[in-house]
Structure formats: C-alpha cells, structure tokens
Design a protein around this ligand. Structure first.
Ligand code: NAP
Length: 486
C-alpha cells in the first residue's frame, strides 16, 4: 500500500536559525525529502536566515554538506540541485533593525508565508516583533515556535502574551515533534476508527498505562540548557504529557484542530497533584568510559536526568487506572513507547498453572514505529491446552512501505501541516500553560528541598527506586531492552 502524496499550495518558508543544529539536521533534510516526494509545489521557496554573513551559494553549499552528514542516502540524489535552487539566504540579527527589508524583498506576496523560529527561545519575541514591524506578519502568516515554550507557567504566559501581540492563536504553531510521529496519529486511528478498542478504553478494562521515553545519550554539549531544565521540564511537561493526552482523551466530536485540542486540554486539567512518594528522580553517574552527569555539565548539580512518576487523572473514565511515566538519559536503549496494559480476564477456565497474561497494546514511537497487540493463544501442537502470549505486530514501515518508501520524519510532516494550515498536531497556548501549572509545584518542591536525585548507572533502566515504584503496586515496568531496536 504505497502512501499517497498530496501536494501543498505554493508557499514561502523562512527558516530563522537556518545555520543551527536543528535546521541542518532535521528541517532542511526533511524539506528535501518532501521535495523529492513531490509534495512541495515547483514554485515554493525556502529562505534561510541567521546572523552569519554569507551569500545564498555559500548557504546552499552548507545544506549540501548537511545532507551528506545527516541523510547520506540522498547526498547524490538527482533532485538535490533542483531543491537547492529554490533556496535563498538573508543574513539578519533578530535584535537589530538591519536585514528585514532584504528579507521582505526575498518573499512573494499572495502565497502562503510561514516562518520557523529555529532559534533560542530568548529570540522568539524579537523575531515576532521584527516580522510585525517590517510588514511580514499579515493575517495569514504562520509562525512555528520550537521548544522549550517557557520554563514555568509565568514565563509561558509571558511568551503567549508577547506572541499574541503580533499573531493570532490560529497563526501560532507550537511544535512538539512527538505529535508528528506516524504512530501517534495511528493511535488516533486505532482508537477512533475501530470498534474494537474504545469500549475497553477505560478503568474497567485497563489496569494501567506506561509511557517510556528512554535515551542512551547524556547531556554533554547541551549541559548549560539541560542543567537549568532537567527531565521534568525538558521531557515530561511537553512530550510525555502530550502522549498521555493522546491516550487518555475522550473522542473529539470531529478530527478538527480545536476539537482535538479541547479534549487534550480536559485531560491536562484532570491531572491531580502528584504525591511526592510517587516520584523518583535520578541522575546518571560515571562508569567505565562514560562520564557522569556532573562531569557532563561541569559541576555538581541537583538536576534530574531521570524521572519516573505515577500520575492520576480525576475523571470518570480513568478513575482507578494509574499512568506511570518515565524518561531519562544514559539508559539501556533508545526507545520510546506507550503500553496500555489491560486487566486479566476475571476468571480463567484453563489450567491454573498457566493463567492468561494481560493483553497489552504497545505503541512504539522509536526506534521502529509500530503497534503490537499482545494476545493469548494456544501453544501450537499436540499435548493439551497450553497458553502462550504472542504479539500481533503491525510495523508501519512494513505495512505501508512496500515500494520501499520511508515513513516521513515527524518534522517533515509537521512542516507540511503548517503550510496546509492544520494545527491539530500543534499545542495550543492553553494546553502549554495547563501543563506548566501541573509541573510547577513538583519542580518547586524539589528546588525548595535539599534532596539529591538518586544515582543510577549508565546503561541501566534508571534508579532501583523507579522499579520499586511499580513493584509496590504489584506491577512492573516493561524492560527497556524488551523494546525492539529495529
Ligand atoms: P543552535 O544550533 O544554537 O542554532 C541557533 C541558530 O540561531 C543558529 O542558526 C544561529 O546562527 C541563530 N542565531 C543565534 N542568534 C541569533 C540572532 N541574534 N539573530 C538571528 N539568528 C540568530 O540551536 P538549535 O539546536 O538548532 O535549536 C534551535 C531551537 O530549536 C531552540 O529553541 C532549541 O531549543 C530547539 N530544539 C532543538 C533541537 C535540536 O535537536 N537541536 C531539538 C528540539 C528543540 P548565527 O549564529 O549565524 O546567528
């Protein structure tokens, strides 16, 4: 089943921060893939911008180098030169008045205009103001804002207020690339386009939900930023809560941006304050050749590189079903997944030595996106009725990519959604603020206390206390290494 490519309308896309890591690693290679796929109309233009003073040819050479580094399979693609020919570059310092007129001259009136703010959040305000003051912010212009969106409720509110001074909510696309993953959208399809799951999607049938985002990398290279944020602000407040919303939300009346986001907002509002005993903070320590967190950030620190917590939702559907979230750096494998663990059947008619195990719906976000449904079957062969649990595997790359096509990366998909004017997979301002309102007291309590995060070994599943958080409830985490590594 080859995927259908529906071209978007003609557009001009400005990438502020075009020389930065995100632009070179994700945004520009992603746009190249959309160009090759035929989704970008022939007239579409991309204008890179940053302070570095260079001409368009030098910028194009840098993109060629970035493609060679981050998407080598396309480094010699016959379409690469044609892609580079639609790219321009305008040097500009967001904090200075110069350069804006040149930028305006590089853009066309009458086509969709979008600007990707791939810069440090401290520059979002200057860019929004600069665009407005120089006639680049008409009623149809869209801006894409990267994370982090604030570092607490007050700063997120200030940022929302500042952006809304120049752009309406319908023009602001707050990106969370987890929402751009094929699997996350498939989760919506699985829930709302099938009759099978939704009747069971509640506390009567679901024992608990686990959401894991495990990384193998440490914080070296990002230490300055990370040490001020920590796992709670960097991952839980945005990515993990967004995934929780997709799992826990009520069916929206329509697959429409505000209908979906209204339902997500209700989930965030239903989050109850977390009992301090239901949170485990960890920090990776040195081991073997791997430096510890303190060496990576250059000083002793109380910032957590791991957090596990048990979260509850105060609403009818989920009363009695806990959601366990965990995320961390330097863990055993790079793996993100959501596991919906159902209850066991109320009565087993089979041999008591082999009671049926609970069904699990495992939604894998990375490394290989797909969904497994674990079901009990009879072990094949003679010898009586023995039960065995097997996965019904739906790996999207295999199911959809018979022509060898890859799944689009989350960034590619989300940028095309911006051009289409579809905000469904972007966070609304009130969602971000509500998520911070829940996160703030947790972080404030840590900052007020003297406790240090618990040390854990690189390559482990985090501190032992995280395993205990589950064990004391008679449950266990799925092993991080159980997640397939492609
Ligand atoms: P980066 O590598 O530091 O790049 C920053 C970009 O901003 C550079 O192109 C820089 O170019 C430009 N810039 C700096 N000061 C400027 C100014 N005064 N006026 C205009 N341009 C300026 O950062 P990044 O890693 O690409 O991250 C960009 C944004 O994405 C950040 O908000 C980050 O939190 C977010 N993000 C990044 C990643 C990632 O994987 N990298 C992941 C998630 C979110 P010049 O020095 O030439 O001006």
């Amino acid at each position: 089943m080859a995927s259908r490519i529906i071209p978007v309308e003609d557009f001009d896309l400005i990438i502020f921060g075009a020389t930065g890591d995100l632009a070179r690693r994700k945004i520009l290679p992603g746009l190249l893939r959309r160009f090759i796929a035929g989704q970008m109309p022939p007239g579409a233009r991309i204008v890179g911008s940053a302070r570095t003073d260079m001409d368009a040819d030098t910028f194009r050479a840098d993109i060629r180098a970035a493609v060679a580094e981050y998407d080598p399979a396309r480094a010699d693609h016959p379409e690469l030169d044609r892609f580079l020919s639609v790219i321009d570059y305008v040097p500009l310092d967001a904090n200075e008045p110069g350069g804006w007129d040149r930028l305006r001259a590089a853009l066309r009136p009458g086509v969709i205009r979008a600007a990707y703010f791939s810069v440090a959040p401290g520059l979002f305000g200057a860019l929004a103001r600069g665009m407005a003051e120089h006639g680049l912010a008409d009623g149809d212009t869209r801006i894409v804002v990267e994370k982090p969106f604030g570092h607490d409720l007050a700063s997120a509110r200030a940022l929302n207020a500042m952006l809304s001074g120049h752009f309406s909510e319908g023009q602001i696309y707050r990106i969370d690339h987890y929402l751009g993953k094929e699997t996350v959208q498939n989760l919506m399809a699985v829930r709302f386009a099938n009759i099978l799951f939704e009747p069971l999607w509640n506390a009567h049938s679901v024992d608990h939900v686990q959401i894991t985002v495990a990384e193998t990398v440490g914080v070296a290279g990002r230490g300055d930023y990370y040490d001020k944020a920590g796992a709670m602000r960097d991952m839980v407040q945005n990515h993990l809560l967004q995934l929780l919303c997709m799992i826990a939300m009520e069916p929206p009346y329509h697959f429409d941006p505000d209908a979906v986001r209204d339902e997500k907002l209700k989930v965030l509002r239903a989050l109850t304050p977390v009992d301090p005993g239901d949170i485990v903070r960890g920090q990776y320590r040195a081991g073997g050749d791997v430096p510890g967190y303190a060496a990576d950030v250059g000083h002793s620190s109380r910032t957590e590189s791991f957090v596990a917590l048990k979260v509850r939702l105060a609403n009818w559907r989920w009363q009695g079903t806990p959601f366990y979230l965990r995320t961390g750096k330097r863990l055993r494998a790079r793996a993100s997944e959501i596991a919906v663990v159902f209850r066991t059947p109320p009565h087993s008619i089979f041999d008591a030595a082999e009671p049926p195990q609970a069904n699990e719906l495992v939604i894998r976000l990375q490394p290989d996106e797909g969904i497994d449904l674990k079901v009990m079957i009879k072990e094949p062969g003679p010898g009586g009725m023995r039960l065995v649990q097997v996965p019904l595997d739906m790996s999207f790359a295999e199911a959809l990519g018979e022509d060898g096509a890859e799944l689009p990366d989350a960034y590619e998909r989300l940028i095309m959604d911006v051009i289409r004017g579809n905000q469904t997979l972007f966070m609304r301002g009130d969602e971000v603020e509500t998520a911070w309102a829940w996160t703030d007291p947790i972080v404030a309590a840590w900052e007020a206390g003297a406790e240090r995060p618990q040390p854990y070994d690189a390559g482990s599943a985090g501190p032992e206390a995280a395993a205990e958080l589950m064990r004391r409830d008679g449950r266990r985490w799925r092993g991080i290494a159980e997640v397939r590594t492609g």
